[in-house]
Design a protein. Sequence first.
Length: 114
Amino acid sequence: MANNNWKNRAGMVYSTHPDFVYGQEQRETQTTLPAAQQKLVVTLDRRHRAGKQVTLVSGFAGSDDDLQTLAKTLKTQCGAGGTAKDGEILLQGDFRDRLVTLLNAAGYKAKRGN
């Protein structure tokens, strides 16, 4: 009974079988590609943001920790706020040209979108 932690039982409501063992999903750890193999696109986005400009860096293939680290360095170097989620980095403001030069200097293949 100790291995049936209730936090790991996502989606299971109730089982009447006395020998039932709750299955736990195994997450695959995504490996991060080297910087030279990353193809990043830097675009400007205004959709669903009340007309405010947001610089969007998309195309990152890797783990969330590496994405958060890259986002933190970009936010620090641009002096802007932002977030990283769903494989994309959002920076508040228009930093397309600066981000392309910073990413290319770091070894990424980055190009300016729109």
